[in-house]
Ligand binder design. Structure first.
Ligand code: NAD
Length: 285
């Protein structure tokens, strides 16, 4: 298989926008697809805002005009067939709904070239949940990015038992070429490594806080001092977003975690304090 040079990103929301921009920033040709012109306009506007973050965070080349050059590699369309006509790789970042993703893969399978690799960025669905709708389970896998990919630059790569091993190698090469550290997940794991580690950790912190064992600053201090991590769990939750945290916590069967969800809703979410995006969460920004 020739090198991946043409990439299409399906779904231009929070993550799709970041994946598309970062891939274009790395010099590859990227087509961004979404179901409405409004979504594409908003995506492009977020990319323009992101250029300042690349500069602020010292991403290599950002202060030398590379942030503007990235736009030369980007096109936007609501036509799925046109979006993927030349794609070596399609990265799907559509809403986290099995029904929406399955339908999208069925439509995609009809219009994508035979050689195109399909990758899902889903955080909570396994590629096995989707592979049958792709029409090419051997050329399908997950490439899972983290929010703020320009600084959290890892890509978890996870195939199914049916994924062709050369496709995994192609995905690893693509991730490396786009400035990501490729993390190969050797067998399917819900939550990959990132959430398998992170969710129990954040929920443990939330339980300590909600049950009144310690305030959030104290818990963050203990974590920072004992692990030498730069951020404590509540500082990180403000970046992840307290809505996302609530969605995870409220789905738990652990009564302590559900107590955390209820406290989060009452003290933060209902007051519009959702973390760094709203200027206040556990901390003020
Ligand atoms: P989002 O809601 O911000 O964006 C989804 C986008 O998909 C929207 O722009 C929407 O218009 C578009 N869309 C709706 N129907 C579509 C269709 N049929 N075809 C193509 N696009 C369609 O969601 P998000 O947070 O960017 O999440 C997208 C995916 O990325 C999910 O699978 C999620 O699990 C994963 N993910 C999200 C994060 C995160 O921090 N937000 C991190 C890693 C992975």
């Amino acid at each position: 298989m020739p090198e991946i040079t043409k990439v299409s990103v399906l779904g231009a929301g929070v993550l799709g926008t970041q994946i598309a921009y970062h891939t274009a920033y790395s010099g590859l040709q990227v087509v961004v697809y979404d179901i409405s012109d409004d979504a594409l306009t908003a995506s492009r506007a977020r990319m323009v805002e992101t250029t300042e973050l690349y500069k602020r965070d010292g991403v290599a080349g950002a202060s030398e005009g590379k942030t503007d050059e990235a736009f030369d590699h980007l096109t936007f369309t609501t036509d799925l067939a046109a979006a993927v006509a030349e794609a070596d790789l399609v990265i799907e970042a559509a809403p986290e709904s099995l029904a929406i993703k399955r339908q999208l893969y069925k439509e995609l399978a009809e219009v994508a070239p035979a050689h195109t690799i399909f990758a899902t960025n889903s955080s909570t669905l396994l590629p096995s949940d989707l592979k049958d709708s792709t029409g090419r389970p051997d050329r399908f896998l997950a490439i899972h990015y983290a929010n703020q990919i320009w600084i959290r630059n890892l890509a978890e790569i996870m195939g199914t038992s049916e994924t062709d091993p050369t496709v995994v190698l192609d995905a690893i090469a693509f991730a490396t070429a786009t400035g990501m550290v490729p993390i190969e997940i050797k067998k399917e794991q819900p939550g990959y490594i990132i959430n398998s580690l992170g969710v129990p950790f954040f929920m443990a912190a939330g339980k300590l806080w909600a049950s009144g064992v310690a305030d959030h600053e104290t818990i963050d201090t203990v974590h920072r001092m004992t692990t030498l991590a730069p951020l404590g769990p509540f500082q990180t939750l403000d970046v992840i977003g307290l809505n996302t945290t609530f969605n995870i916590a409220s789905a738990s069967e652990d009564p302590g975690v559900r107590e955390f969800a209820a406290a989060l809703k009452e003290q933060y979410i209902d007051k519009g304090k959702l973390g760094t995006t709203t200027g206040e969460g556990f901390y003020k920004y």
